[in-house]
Design a binder for this molecule. Structure first.
Ligand code: DAH
Length: 338
């Protein structure tokens, strides 16, 4: 009898290995565990064996029944797991792609600007965000009470002397370049600038500029025009329509601003260009002799030009984004397009 029980156990173990879904589990249960199943058949045979052997055999049979019951329970559990997807790995499925970032449009524009000017022999220099009155204004030929200071809406830092500020433009980097490097100097100076301006579709309180400076013997306004023209055509295309317009900056004389045909209305006049048909892209001029002198450069020997423009503005023109705030909101639907 013991031998028969052991044979049944072997069969049961083989059958267990065949269970892989609910249907095969049910087949197994019907074969072994129901009233007419194999186990019950052996229990029925107990009646025919001598009384003294019954307890020992009954015990073995009981163990086998417990084994079958617990095997069914664990098979059932693993089938349910499979269905819930836990711990099932389908190695044939394509993997999850990691999200790949890309360069922000403002940085892309700056990289392009640096590329273009590097091609014309300009190096790149950086200044500091917290400036003093001397570098941000005085050395740039803004006298203490000059109204041009007003246009810069400066954020002053609360210190005793009242002459520390967040730089309102990148022009102070010109001063540092001329003070610490002997001419010839040919550099662009990108960086963040700060102004107490309302945040609107056209302006922010924190934005970026690129300053340019070229100092050498015999530099003329023709060099300035040639450099800016070459830059603008490489940046916006050969067919670009633009003009130089006389302007005023304390640190350049003569001074000019460069306007390009509005990209939205092609010069017909619209909201973006304030119905003028033109968009201002850059301030520039010949470095004022006072500024050269302030930096220890003799204006009778050296001359030079400077220019400055906003990177956000260039980015907007290049991408067609018409609200400057969109460049800072980090909305992936916007950023993914560029
Ligand atoms: N610093 C000026 C501003 O923020 C821009 C500028 C104009 C820079 C003319 C220059 C320049 O170097 O020559 O308004």
């Amino acid at each position: 009898m013991i031998e028969t029980i052991q044979q049944l156990r072997t069969v049961i173990e083989q059958d267990l290995a065949m269970i892989h879904d609910a249907a095969s589990l049910e087949t197994f249960r019907l074969k072994h565990l129901v009233k007419k199943g194999t186990l019950q058949e052996l229990v029925d045979q107990l009646r025919t064996i001598p009384k003294e052997e019954k307890p020992a055999i009954g015990k073995v049979l009981n163990e086998l029944r417990q084994f079958v019951e617990s095997s069914i329970a664990s098979a059932k559990e693993s089938i349910e797991h499979q269905h819930s997807g836990i711990e099932t790995i389908d190695v044939t499925l394509p993997g999850l792609l990691p999200a790949i970032g890309h360069v922000h449009p403002i940085r892309q524009t700056l990289d392009r600007i640096v590329d273009i000017f590097a091609g014309m022999g300009f190096s790149v220099a950086e200044g500091i965000d917290i400036e003093d009155d001397y570098h941000n204004y005085e050395a740039l030929n803004f006298p203490a009470d000059h109204p041009a200071r007003d246009m810069q809406d400066t954020f002053f830092i609360d210190d005793a002397a009242g002459d520390v500020m967040l730089r309102s433009h990148t022009s102070p980097v010109q001063i540092r370049m001329m003070k610490y490097h002997a001419p010839p100097i040919r550099s662009i100076m990108p960086g963040r600038v700060y102004r107490n301006e309302a945040v609107t579709a056209r302006s922010l309180a924190e934005f970026h500029q690129v300053e340019g400076l070229y100092i050498d013997k015999g530099v003329t306004f023709a060099d300035l025009k040639g450099t800016i023209t070459s830059f603008a055509k490489q940046m916006y295309g050969e067919s670009l329509i633009f003009k130089f317009r006389p302007s005023y900056f304390p640190f350049t004389e003569p001074s000019a601003e460069v306007d390009i045909n509005c990209y939205l209305c092609s010069g017909k006049g619209c909201k973006v260009c304030k119905h003028s048909g033109w968009l201002e892209i850059c301030g520039c001029g010949m470095v004022h002799p006072n500024v050269l002198r302030n930096c220890g450069i003799d204006p009778d020997i050296y001359s030079g030009f400077a220019f400055g423009f906003g990177i956000e503005r260039v980015t907007m023109l290049a991408t067609g984004i018409d609200d400057i705030r969109a460049l800072y909101e980090n909305d992936m639907r916007v950023l993914r397009q560029f």
